[in-house]
Design a protein around this ligand. Structure first.
Ligand SMILES: NC(=O)C1=CN([C@@H]2O[C@H](COP(=O)(O)OP(=O)(O)OC[C@H]3O[C@@H](n4cnc5c(N)ncnc54)[C@H](OP(=O)(O)O)[C@@H]3O)[C@@H](O)[C@H]2O)C=CC1
Ligand SMILES: CCCCC/C=C\CC(=O)/C=C/C=C/C=C\[C@@H](O)CCCC(=O)O
Length: 329
Protein backbone atom coordinates (compact mmCIF):
# COMPACT_ATOMS: atom_id res chain seq x y z
CA UNK A 1 0.00 0.00 0.00
CA UNK A 2 1.24 3.49 -0.85
CA UNK A 3 0.61 6.34 1.58
CA UNK A 4 0.18 9.67 -0.14
CA UNK A 5 0.52 13.07 1.49
CA UNK A 6 -1.90 15.80 0.50
CA UNK A 7 -2.52 19.44 1.39
CA UNK A 8 -6.19 20.18 2.09
CA UNK A 9 -7.92 23.52 2.45
CA UNK A 10 -8.59 23.62 6.19
CA UNK A 11 -10.20 27.06 6.12
CA UNK A 12 -11.26 29.33 3.24
CA UNK A 13 -8.81 32.18 2.72
CA UNK A 14 -9.59 35.63 4.08
CA UNK A 15 -7.26 38.14 2.41
CA UNK A 16 -3.81 36.64 1.85
CA UNK A 17 -3.75 32.88 2.54
CA UNK A 18 -2.02 31.82 5.79
CA UNK A 19 -0.19 28.53 6.39
CA UNK A 20 -2.79 27.84 9.11
CA UNK A 21 -5.46 27.69 6.36
CA UNK A 22 -3.93 24.38 5.18
CA UNK A 23 -3.74 20.90 6.70
CA UNK A 24 -1.37 18.09 5.71
CA UNK A 25 -3.20 14.73 5.43
CA UNK A 26 -2.07 11.16 4.77
CA UNK A 27 -4.10 9.03 2.34
CA UNK A 28 -3.75 5.25 1.95
CA UNK A 29 -4.03 4.47 -1.78
CA UNK A 30 -5.88 1.34 -2.91
CA UNK A 31 -4.29 -1.36 -5.12
CA UNK A 32 -4.52 -0.60 -8.85
CA UNK A 33 -7.46 -1.89 -10.88
CA UNK A 34 -7.07 -2.81 -14.57
CA UNK A 35 -6.59 0.35 -16.64
CA UNK A 36 -5.20 2.37 -13.72
CA UNK A 37 -1.75 3.82 -13.06
CA UNK A 38 -0.01 4.89 -9.85
CA UNK A 39 1.92 8.16 -10.07
CA UNK A 40 4.28 10.14 -7.88
CA UNK A 41 4.46 13.93 -8.18
CA UNK A 42 7.91 15.16 -9.12
CA UNK A 43 7.16 18.88 -9.62
CA UNK A 44 4.04 20.73 -8.48
CA UNK A 45 2.76 24.13 -9.57
CA UNK A 46 1.38 26.99 -7.50
CA UNK A 47 -0.62 29.44 -9.58
CA UNK A 48 -2.64 32.60 -8.91
CA UNK A 49 -5.91 31.01 -10.12
CA UNK A 50 -5.89 28.79 -7.03
CA UNK A 51 -6.73 31.79 -4.85
CA UNK A 52 -10.05 32.81 -6.52
CA UNK A 53 -10.91 29.31 -7.71
CA UNK A 54 -10.60 27.91 -4.17
CA UNK A 55 -13.48 30.17 -3.17
CA UNK A 56 -15.50 29.33 -6.28
CA UNK A 57 -14.84 25.59 -6.62
CA UNK A 58 -13.71 24.17 -3.28
CA UNK A 59 -15.18 23.39 0.12
CA UNK A 60 -13.16 23.19 3.34
CA UNK A 61 -11.49 19.80 3.63
CA UNK A 62 -10.93 19.41 -0.12
CA UNK A 63 -7.47 18.68 -1.50
CA UNK A 64 -6.05 21.93 -2.96
CA UNK A 65 -6.51 22.17 -6.73
CA UNK A 66 -3.41 22.22 -8.92
CA UNK A 67 -1.26 20.56 -11.51
CA UNK A 68 1.91 18.53 -11.44
CA UNK A 69 4.52 16.76 -13.48
CA UNK A 70 4.33 13.16 -12.27
CA UNK A 71 6.19 9.93 -12.94
CA UNK A 72 4.35 6.62 -13.54
CA UNK A 73 5.60 4.18 -10.86
CA UNK A 74 3.13 1.31 -11.44
CA UNK A 75 0.88 0.65 -14.42
CA UNK A 76 -2.07 -1.57 -15.29
CA UNK A 77 -2.74 0.59 -18.35
CA UNK A 78 -0.84 -0.36 -21.55
CA UNK A 79 -0.96 3.27 -22.75
CA UNK A 80 1.31 4.34 -19.88
CA UNK A 81 4.66 2.71 -19.14
CA UNK A 82 6.49 2.82 -15.81
CA UNK A 83 9.04 5.64 -15.80
CA UNK A 84 7.07 7.88 -18.18
CA UNK A 85 6.36 11.50 -17.20
CA UNK A 86 2.99 13.22 -17.60
CA UNK A 87 1.25 16.45 -16.62
CA UNK A 88 -1.74 15.86 -14.36
CA UNK A 89 -4.36 18.03 -12.71
CA UNK A 90 -4.58 16.04 -9.47
CA UNK A 91 -3.98 18.70 -6.85
CA UNK A 92 -1.47 19.15 -4.09
CA UNK A 93 -0.47 15.55 -3.37
CA UNK A 94 2.64 13.38 -3.50
CA UNK A 95 1.02 10.24 -5.01
CA UNK A 96 -2.26 9.47 -6.78
CA UNK A 97 -4.03 6.89 -8.93
CA UNK A 98 -5.42 7.74 -12.38
CA UNK A 99 -7.31 5.92 -15.12
CA UNK A 100 -5.15 7.82 -17.62
CA UNK A 101 -7.93 9.93 -19.11
CA UNK A 102 -6.74 13.17 -17.46
CA UNK A 103 -3.01 12.70 -18.08
CA UNK A 104 -1.03 14.61 -20.72
CA UNK A 105 2.24 13.01 -21.86
CA UNK A 106 5.12 15.43 -22.35
CA UNK A 107 5.77 16.23 -26.07
CA UNK A 108 7.80 13.37 -27.61
CA UNK A 109 10.41 15.94 -28.74
CA UNK A 110 11.14 16.90 -25.10
CA UNK A 111 14.95 16.65 -24.73
CA UNK A 112 16.38 14.99 -21.62
CA UNK A 113 18.43 18.16 -20.98
CA UNK A 114 15.35 20.36 -20.52
CA UNK A 115 13.84 20.50 -17.00
CA UNK A 116 10.48 18.69 -17.05
CA UNK A 117 9.15 21.36 -14.68
CA UNK A 118 8.88 23.65 -17.73
CA UNK A 119 5.77 21.62 -18.60
CA UNK A 120 4.12 23.53 -15.72
CA UNK A 121 5.45 26.91 -16.81
CA UNK A 122 7.03 28.27 -19.99
CA UNK A 123 6.07 25.21 -22.05
CA UNK A 124 2.86 24.55 -20.11
CA UNK A 125 -0.36 26.32 -19.12
CA UNK A 126 1.24 29.74 -18.39
CA UNK A 127 3.26 29.68 -21.61
CA UNK A 128 0.18 28.67 -23.60
CA UNK A 129 -1.73 31.50 -21.92
CA UNK A 130 0.86 33.95 -23.18
CA UNK A 131 0.95 32.36 -26.64
CA UNK A 132 -2.79 32.30 -27.28
CA UNK A 133 -3.59 35.49 -25.35
CA UNK A 134 -1.06 37.45 -27.40
CA UNK A 135 -1.70 35.87 -30.81
CA UNK A 136 -5.47 35.33 -30.63
CA UNK A 137 -6.71 38.09 -28.31
CA UNK A 138 -4.19 40.93 -28.62
CA UNK A 139 -3.56 39.92 -32.24
CA UNK A 140 -0.19 41.72 -32.08
CA UNK A 141 1.36 42.91 -35.37
CA UNK A 142 5.03 43.65 -36.12
CA UNK A 143 5.96 47.24 -35.21
CA UNK A 144 3.28 47.55 -32.53
CA UNK A 145 3.89 48.38 -28.87
CA UNK A 146 2.92 45.78 -26.27
CA UNK A 147 2.47 46.45 -22.53
CA UNK A 148 2.47 43.57 -20.02
CA UNK A 149 2.31 43.73 -16.21
CA UNK A 150 3.45 41.02 -13.78
CA UNK A 151 5.99 40.82 -16.60
CA UNK A 152 8.64 38.82 -14.70
CA UNK A 153 6.19 36.05 -13.90
CA UNK A 154 5.31 32.76 -15.53
CA UNK A 155 2.88 34.29 -18.05
CA UNK A 156 4.24 37.82 -18.39
CA UNK A 157 7.84 36.82 -19.12
CA UNK A 158 6.65 34.67 -22.04
CA UNK A 159 4.33 37.43 -23.31
CA UNK A 160 7.22 39.88 -23.54
CA UNK A 161 9.55 37.47 -25.31
CA UNK A 162 6.86 36.33 -27.74
CA UNK A 163 6.14 39.98 -28.53
CA UNK A 164 9.84 40.55 -29.27
CA UNK A 165 9.83 37.47 -31.54
CA UNK A 166 6.77 39.05 -33.19
CA UNK A 167 8.69 42.26 -33.97
CA UNK A 168 7.05 44.48 -31.34
CA UNK A 169 8.34 47.04 -28.88
CA UNK A 170 7.74 45.60 -25.38
CA UNK A 171 7.17 47.43 -22.09
CA UNK A 172 6.92 45.49 -18.84
CA UNK A 173 6.21 46.26 -15.20
CA UNK A 174 7.24 44.23 -12.18
CA UNK A 175 7.48 44.65 -8.44
CA UNK A 176 11.21 44.65 -7.76
CA UNK A 177 14.40 46.14 -9.22
CA UNK A 178 15.77 42.59 -9.58
CA UNK A 179 12.78 41.68 -11.73
CA UNK A 180 13.18 44.85 -13.81
CA UNK A 181 16.83 43.97 -14.44
CA UNK A 182 15.75 40.47 -15.49
CA UNK A 183 13.20 41.90 -17.94
CA UNK A 184 15.88 44.01 -19.63
CA UNK A 185 18.18 40.96 -19.73
CA UNK A 186 15.57 38.90 -21.59
CA UNK A 187 14.95 41.65 -24.15
CA UNK A 188 12.19 43.98 -22.92
CA UNK A 189 12.68 47.42 -24.47
CA UNK A 190 11.44 49.23 -21.37
CA UNK A 191 10.74 47.99 -17.84
CA UNK A 192 9.88 49.68 -14.56
CA UNK A 193 9.17 48.86 -10.93
CA UNK A 194 5.52 49.83 -10.40
CA UNK A 195 6.08 49.85 -6.62
CA UNK A 196 8.71 52.59 -6.69
CA UNK A 197 7.77 54.89 -9.58
CA UNK A 198 6.40 58.22 -8.37
CA UNK A 199 3.63 58.12 -10.94
CA UNK A 200 2.39 55.07 -12.84
CA UNK A 201 0.86 57.39 -15.43
CA UNK A 202 4.22 59.09 -16.04
CA UNK A 203 6.13 55.79 -16.06
CA UNK A 204 3.81 54.38 -18.72
CA UNK A 205 4.04 57.59 -20.78
CA UNK A 206 7.83 57.72 -20.51
CA UNK A 207 8.12 54.08 -21.62
CA UNK A 208 5.98 54.68 -24.69
CA UNK A 209 4.99 58.34 -25.33
CA UNK A 210 2.84 57.29 -28.31
CA UNK A 211 0.90 54.83 -26.14
CA UNK A 212 0.17 51.12 -26.52
CA UNK A 213 -1.41 49.00 -29.25
CA UNK A 214 -1.73 45.89 -27.06
CA UNK A 215 -2.10 45.62 -23.30
CA UNK A 216 -1.76 42.12 -21.82
CA UNK A 217 -3.29 42.62 -18.38
CA UNK A 218 -2.37 40.18 -15.62
CA UNK A 219 -3.04 42.54 -12.74
CA UNK A 220 -6.24 44.60 -13.17
CA UNK A 221 -7.13 47.20 -10.52
CA UNK A 222 -5.48 50.59 -10.47
CA UNK A 223 -2.78 49.59 -12.98
CA UNK A 224 -5.37 48.69 -15.61
CA UNK A 225 -7.40 51.83 -14.90
CA UNK A 226 -4.34 54.01 -15.55
CA UNK A 227 -3.00 52.01 -18.50
CA UNK A 228 -6.28 52.05 -20.42
CA UNK A 229 -5.97 55.82 -20.84
CA UNK A 230 -2.68 55.33 -22.71
CA UNK A 231 -3.97 52.87 -25.28
CA UNK A 232 -3.69 53.89 -28.92
CA UNK A 233 -6.86 54.16 -31.04
CA UNK A 234 -8.16 50.67 -31.95
CA UNK A 235 -5.91 49.22 -29.27
CA UNK A 236 -6.59 45.74 -27.91
CA UNK A 237 -6.61 44.70 -24.26
CA UNK A 238 -6.31 41.01 -23.32
CA UNK A 239 -7.74 40.62 -19.83
CA UNK A 240 -5.77 37.61 -18.65
CA UNK A 241 -6.02 38.05 -14.88
CA UNK A 242 -6.57 40.49 -12.03
CA UNK A 243 -4.16 39.35 -9.37
CA UNK A 244 -4.33 42.72 -7.62
CA UNK A 245 -7.88 41.78 -6.68
CA UNK A 246 -7.55 38.13 -5.67
CA UNK A 247 -6.55 38.72 -2.08
CA UNK A 248 -8.75 41.78 -1.50
CA UNK A 249 -11.96 41.18 0.38
CA UNK A 250 -13.31 44.37 -1.21
CA UNK A 251 -12.26 44.80 -4.90
CA UNK A 252 -10.50 48.10 -5.63
CA UNK A 253 -12.77 50.66 -7.23
CA UNK A 254 -10.84 51.75 -10.29
CA UNK A 255 -11.62 55.09 -11.98
CA UNK A 256 -14.28 55.11 -14.72
CA UNK A 257 -12.75 53.39 -17.77
CA UNK A 258 -15.64 53.43 -20.18
CA UNK A 259 -14.67 56.86 -21.58
CA UNK A 260 -11.41 55.66 -23.22
CA UNK A 261 -13.13 52.39 -24.16
CA UNK A 262 -15.61 54.37 -26.24
CA UNK A 263 -13.51 57.30 -27.45
CA UNK A 264 -10.60 55.07 -28.48
CA UNK A 265 -12.93 52.32 -29.71
CA UNK A 266 -10.93 49.79 -27.76
CA UNK A 267 -11.37 46.03 -27.83
CA UNK A 268 -11.14 44.53 -24.35
CA UNK A 269 -11.51 40.76 -24.12
CA UNK A 270 -11.22 38.39 -21.19
CA UNK A 271 -10.09 34.85 -21.88
CA UNK A 272 -9.25 31.51 -20.25
CA UNK A 273 -6.49 29.42 -21.79
CA UNK A 274 -8.85 26.42 -21.92
CA UNK A 275 -10.40 28.05 -25.01
CA UNK A 276 -7.52 26.69 -27.06
CA UNK A 277 -7.22 23.24 -25.48
CA UNK A 278 -7.62 21.74 -28.95
CA UNK A 279 -4.49 23.64 -30.05
CA UNK A 280 -2.36 22.70 -27.01
CA UNK A 281 0.07 20.67 -29.12
CA UNK A 282 0.58 23.55 -31.58
CA UNK A 283 1.37 25.96 -28.77
CA UNK A 284 3.66 23.59 -26.88
CA UNK A 285 5.58 22.71 -30.06
CA UNK A 286 6.16 26.40 -30.85
CA UNK A 287 7.15 27.27 -27.28
CA UNK A 288 9.50 24.27 -27.01
CA UNK A 289 11.17 25.23 -30.30
CA UNK A 290 11.78 28.83 -29.18
CA UNK A 291 13.10 27.67 -25.80
CA UNK A 292 15.52 25.26 -27.47
CA UNK A 293 16.59 28.00 -29.90
CA UNK A 294 17.24 30.32 -26.93
CA UNK A 295 14.68 32.83 -28.19
CA UNK A 296 12.59 32.30 -25.04
CA UNK A 297 14.53 32.34 -21.79
CA UNK A 298 13.03 30.88 -18.66
CA UNK A 299 13.51 31.29 -14.92
CA UNK A 300 12.01 29.04 -12.26
CA UNK A 301 11.52 29.86 -8.59
CA UNK A 302 12.06 26.37 -7.18
CA UNK A 303 10.95 25.59 -3.62
CA UNK A 304 12.34 22.31 -2.29
CA UNK A 305 10.02 20.02 -0.32
CA UNK A 306 6.31 19.15 -0.45
CA UNK A 307 5.96 20.45 3.09
CA UNK A 308 6.77 23.94 1.84
CA UNK A 309 3.94 24.13 -0.70
CA UNK A 310 1.68 26.53 1.25
CA UNK A 311 4.60 28.88 1.85
CA UNK A 312 5.51 28.80 -1.87
CA UNK A 313 1.89 29.59 -2.80
CA UNK A 314 1.71 32.52 -0.39
CA UNK A 315 5.12 33.75 -1.54
CA UNK A 316 4.03 33.74 -5.18
CA UNK A 317 0.92 35.77 -4.34
CA UNK A 318 3.16 38.26 -2.54
CA UNK A 319 5.50 38.59 -5.52
CA UNK A 320 8.42 36.61 -4.13
CA UNK A 321 8.78 34.58 -7.34
CA UNK A 322 10.82 35.52 -10.36
CA UNK A 323 9.52 33.35 -13.17
CA UNK A 324 7.39 30.28 -12.64
CA UNK A 325 6.84 29.20 -9.00
CA UNK A 326 7.52 25.45 -8.74
CA UNK A 327 7.73 22.98 -5.86
CA UNK A 328 10.25 20.16 -6.24
CA UNK A 329 9.07 17.22 -4.15
N1 LIG B 1 -6.76 33.68 -18.20
C1 LIG B 1 -6.03 32.58 -18.07
O1 LIG B 1 -6.28 31.54 -18.70
C2 LIG B 1 -4.89 32.61 -17.15
C3 LIG B 1 -4.68 33.71 -16.37
N2 LIG B 1 -3.60 33.77 -15.54
C4 LIG B 1 -3.41 35.02 -14.80
O2 LIG B 1 -2.19 35.60 -15.22
C5 LIG B 1 -1.63 36.38 -14.16
C6 LIG B 1 -0.17 35.97 -13.95
O3 LIG B 1 -0.17 34.62 -13.58
P1 LIG B 1 1.26 33.87 -13.41
O4 LIG B 1 2.18 34.32 -14.47
O5 LIG B 1 0.96 32.44 -13.25
O6 LIG B 1 1.78 34.45 -12.01
P2 LIG B 1 3.22 35.07 -11.74
O7 LIG B 1 4.27 34.06 -11.96
O8 LIG B 1 3.29 36.37 -12.47
O9 LIG B 1 3.15 35.37 -10.18
C7 LIG B 1 2.22 36.31 -9.68
C8 LIG B 1 2.85 37.69 -9.73
O10 LIG B 1 1.80 38.66 -9.67
C9 LIG B 1 2.35 39.87 -9.17
N3 LIG B 1 1.42 40.45 -8.20
C10 LIG B 1 0.93 39.87 -7.09
N4 LIG B 1 0.12 40.74 -6.44
C11 LIG B 1 0.10 41.88 -7.19
C12 LIG B 1 -0.54 43.14 -7.04
N5 LIG B 1 -1.32 43.39 -5.98
N6 LIG B 1 -0.32 44.09 -7.97
C13 LIG B 1 0.49 43.83 -9.03
N7 LIG B 1 1.12 42.64 -9.23
C14 LIG B 1 0.92 41.69 -8.30
C15 LIG B 1 3.70 39.51 -8.50
O11 LIG B 1 4.73 40.00 -9.31
P3 LIG B 1 5.23 41.53 -9.17
O12 LIG B 1 6.61 41.44 -8.58
O13 LIG B 1 5.24 42.03 -10.58
O14 LIG B 1 4.27 42.24 -8.27
C16 LIG B 1 3.71 38.00 -8.53
O15 LIG B 1 5.02 37.49 -8.69
C17 LIG B 1 -2.53 36.14 -12.96
O16 LIG B 1 -3.46 37.19 -12.87
C18 LIG B 1 -3.25 34.85 -13.31
O17 LIG B 1 -4.50 34.77 -12.67
C19 LIG B 1 -2.65 32.77 -15.47
C20 LIG B 1 -2.83 31.63 -16.23
C21 LIG B 1 -3.98 31.43 -17.08
C1 LIG C 1 -13.52 33.30 -9.70
C2 LIG C 1 -12.94 34.59 -10.23
C3 LIG C 1 -11.83 34.30 -11.24
C4 LIG C 1 -11.18 35.59 -11.73
C5 LIG C 1 -10.05 35.30 -12.70
C6 LIG C 1 -9.08 34.40 -12.06
C7 LIG C 1 -8.10 33.78 -12.65
C8 LIG C 1 -7.74 33.71 -14.07
C9 LIG C 1 -6.75 32.59 -14.16
O1 LIG C 1 -5.69 32.66 -13.57
C10 LIG C 1 -7.12 31.44 -14.91
C11 LIG C 1 -6.30 30.34 -14.91
C12 LIG C 1 -6.65 29.23 -15.70
C13 LIG C 1 -5.92 28.07 -15.60
C14 LIG C 1 -6.20 27.02 -16.49
C15 LIG C 1 -5.77 25.73 -16.44
C16 LIG C 1 -5.44 24.84 -15.27
O2 LIG C 1 -4.12 24.60 -15.07
C17 LIG C 1 -6.22 25.15 -14.07
C18 LIG C 1 -7.37 24.18 -13.99
C19 LIG C 1 -8.36 24.66 -12.95
C20 LIG C 1 -9.72 24.59 -13.57
O3 LIG C 1 -9.92 25.21 -14.64
O4 LIG C 1 -10.56 23.87 -12.98
Amino acid sequence: MVTAKAWVLKKHFEGFPKTSDFDLKKIELLKLKDGEVLLESVFLSVDPYMRPYSQRDMKEGDIMIGTQVARIIESKNPAFVVGAFVVANSGWRTHFVSNGKDLHSLPSSWPESLPKSLALGTVGMPGLTAYFGLLEVCKMKPGETVLVNAAAGAVGSVVGQLAKIGGCKVVGSAGSDEKVAYLKKIGFDEAFNYKTVTSLKEALHKASPDGYDCFFDNVGGEFASVAIHQMKKYGRIAVCGAISQYNDSVPQKGPYVQFPMILKELQMEGFIVHRWNNRREEGQKALLKWVLEGKIKYHEQITEGFENMPAAFIGMLKGENLGKAIIKV
